[in-house]
Each structure stands twice: as C-alpha cells, then as structure tokens.
Unconditional design. Sequence first.
Lengths: 289, 265
Amino acid sequence: MAERRALGLLLVLPLLWIGGLLAVPQIRMLELSFRRKLPLLQVGGPEDVYTVENYLRFAENPLYWKVFLKTVASAVLITFVAFLIAFPIAYFLAKVARGTWGTRLFLAIVVPFWVNEIVRTFAWLLILSEQGVLNQVLVAVGLLRAPGSYLYTEGAVILGMAYAYMLFMLFPLYASLENLDFSLVEAAQDLGAGWVRVLRHIILPHCVPGAVAGSIMVFMLAVGTYVVPAMLGGKGAIWFVQLIYSRFYDALNWNLGSAFAFSLLVLSLAFVGALLRMFRLSVGRVLQS
Amino acid sequence: MSGAQRVARVAYHTYVALFLLYLYVPLAVVMTLAFNANPLPAFPWQGFTLAWFREIAADPFLLRAIWNSLVVGVGVSVLSVTVGTVTAFVLVRYQFPGKGLLYALALSPLIMPGVILGISMLVFFSEIGLEMGLATTVLGQSSFIISFVLLIVSARLQKFDRSLEEAAQDLGATPFQAIWRVTLPALRPALVASSVVAFLLSFDNFNTTLFLIGNEATLPIHIYSAVRLGLSPKINAISVVFIIVTVGLGVAYEVIRRREDAPAA
C-alpha cells in the first residue's frame, strides 16, 4: 500500500512532463492543423469546422511538396554520405588506434563534436562566400581566374549539413564497433576469407545497431534543420523547416504551419519505423548504442 | 608485411589524417579570423588584434543573450535532472500497467525533430496564454533533455545494488532517508554527468528555442540574427567564446563519463 502511494506520488512529475510538454502540445498542434485559419471573431463560430483543407493545400501546391521531397531526399543522401565517410574512421578509432595514441585521436575527434551547429555552419559561410577562403585559395593557386560563388545553392546546404552532422553518425558506429570481438575477424581470415567477405559478413552486420542509431540522428537533424539552409542556402535554396517557420511568422497561418509540421513528424517517425523494421531492431536496442 | 598491405596501411592513415583536416580546417578559419584586424571576416591577414573581443564586452544585446543562455541552461539542468531522475526511479523500480507506454513516450523526443517539439509547444502555450520567453524556453528544451537524463540515470540505477538500501532500512533509516543518504550519493556521477549534458544541450539548442524564445535571444539565436545582419569578425570572436565554453564542458563530460564507465567502487 505504501509502495502504491509512493508510486502515485512519483508519477506526478513524469506525467506532467509527458502530458504537458509532449502529448497535449502535439495533440493541440494536430487539431489546429485540421481547422481553418479564420479571423479571430469567427473562431469557434459556424465556419470553424474540422477539415483537411490544409493538407490538401500542401498536396496541391508543388511549391510546398517539392520542397518537402527535396528535403527528405537530401536528408537521406546526407545520412548515406555520412555513413560512407564515417565508417572507416569509426573502425580505425575502435580497432586500429590503440593505447594513449588512440585516446588522443578519440579526443581530437570528440572536440569538434561539441562545437555548435551554428558555429560550424558559419565556418562554411566564411569558406564558401565570394571573398571566402575557398576562392582565395583557388585563385592563389591559379585554378580559378575570378572568384566564383558557391553560397546560396543546394550543394552548399548539403555540404554544410554533412559537415555539421557527420559526428552524430561516427560515435554510434564507433560504440558498436568497439565491442566487436576481433578474434571473429581473425578466425574468418584464418579460414581464408578476404577482407571484403570479412567486412560483409562480420563487421557490417555487427555495426548495424550503431549505423541505425547514427542514421536516425543524422536524418532527424538534417530533415529538421533551420539554420544550415537559412545561412548557406539563403533565398536560393529553401528547405522545409523554413517553409514551416514562414507559415508561423510571415504568413501567420498557424493552421497550415501545423499541417506542415505534423507531416514532417509523421515522415520522421515513418523513417525510424522503416529503418527499425528493415534491420529487425527495437528502439531500445538502438538507444543502447 | 607485403607491399600491397603497406600501401593500404598508408592510404588508411592518410584518410584519417584528411578527415581530421576536414574537421578542423573550418573551425581554424573561424577562430583565426577572430584575431584578424581585417574588418571583414576574411583573409588577407592584416595583423593580430583583440578588438573584436572588446566589441563583445561593449554589446549589451550580446551580453544579455549570453546571460539568458546561462539562466536557461541552469533552469533546464535543474528541471531536467529532477524530472529525469524521478522518471528513472519509476521506470526502473516499479511495475504498473501502462509502463511500456510510459517508457516509449518518455524516449519519443529522441526520435523527433526539435522543431516539431518547439512548434507544438508554441501552439499549446499560446492557447493557454503563456507568453513566449525564457520560461517557455526552459520548458521546451527540457521536454527532450529530460529523455537524455533519463537514459543516463536509469543506466546507473540499474547497476545499483538495492540490498545497500535495504541494509540502511534494517539499520533504522526510513525509506526516504535510505534513498537520500545511500542511493542518491551512489548515483552522484550519473547526476553530475547528466547536469553537464543537460546544460550543454540547452546552451547549444537552436531548433526548439527558435519557436519559444519570443522577443528574447539566447546565444545561438543571437549569433544567427547577427549573421543575417551582416558578416563581421565580431561573430568570429563570439564563436571563439562559444567554442571554449561548449568544448570545455563537453570534454569535462567525457572525462566524467570515462570515470563512470570504469568499474564503480
């Protein structure tokens, strides 16, 4: 009985958190997305009915859904590139670099991880701008006669994101590779397996939970970023979160903005779900890595 | 070692070296240009100066943003560690109907884009008449930072030997005293680590904050608006300060975590 009362008391804070900061806000957002934007006096009046208008507008306007698709496709691309680049580094860190030297290398890679996304993006702004470092180097070396412009393109945004989120792929991969029993690799090699087969049948399967955890992180960050496209893409490359933001602060159409936001949420959860199903993993298993 | 193996080895090491360059060159550019006398954040080098750092000290809006970030960070840290620890106790120690659902919901923010959290709370908080500002930002950031605390603390709590608590109670401690005097001290490394992580995640946060900060600004929000207004080496100087704070805390966290991973005494 005392146990029950203690539980009841302890549950107050978690329920306030989950109810007040997660569940109720998202239900309110969902509800708003199914209502019309109306002048204040008509809110709650006969015009204020549930409707899928906002979602229809999203589906009908190519300006909206093209940006949405581009954002998703680019996020997938960035996730994949991050895996390709980070995997050899994670393996090196986990299995090749040893002792104090390994610790130092780990520290050298972890330090930039703590640098803010905005600062990292700002760095690329300084590199890619017209008076930027890249142009100066290219002109100085003689590869370029006149400085070119790289900013405000999709390419700049993708480059900036891959840079900003790379380490979110690297560390989960490293964690799952670290507990790989190396004698398995040696045994396979003794039995005559080449490195391609070792990689395919032993190392890659072993790092799946880490790769999935890293992919979830990178995809979420890439699909949900405002700063990187705003700084490197400008007006030349609009991304989905900017569309949402401008519904809220420029167009002042919170209903449409909520519909956009909810679509993004569904997409993100679908991505996570698909990844977990594909590799037959549970969220709990992935979070451990 | 055969010739081919040696070539592969050299290639692999070169790749790692290039990766380190890729990580560090952009940061080195930002930091170097903070000390360049050139009024544009660009080369050529026009001599060493600390003028841009002096400009930080003279900018009341920036100082206010830094102050706001500290206040929000401490608020988030206290709130998240409290709620996260209580939730960890509930989930590790009790069996009750709906526990699986509670667990799933408690970890759900980790697989959601931060902007969604920010937008949904903007909608809800406006409905109930809260004005956006530092308080709403603390609540908003905590919504997902609590999940991180929960992970860190529950991992430690699972390892804790409960018979120690029972022994304390056998010796006459009330259940509350036993937790306060025995369990919490044993959890201290996890509590310290999660306070640091909570502060860092808060100090770094942009996506959730963007929708909840109202007319105020935190440091990341301020830097973003400053970049939009025009490039200046002052932004580089702010970045240097930002890097020092977050990297310092990040490394501190890493040290605590490594000590924590070592077998507990």
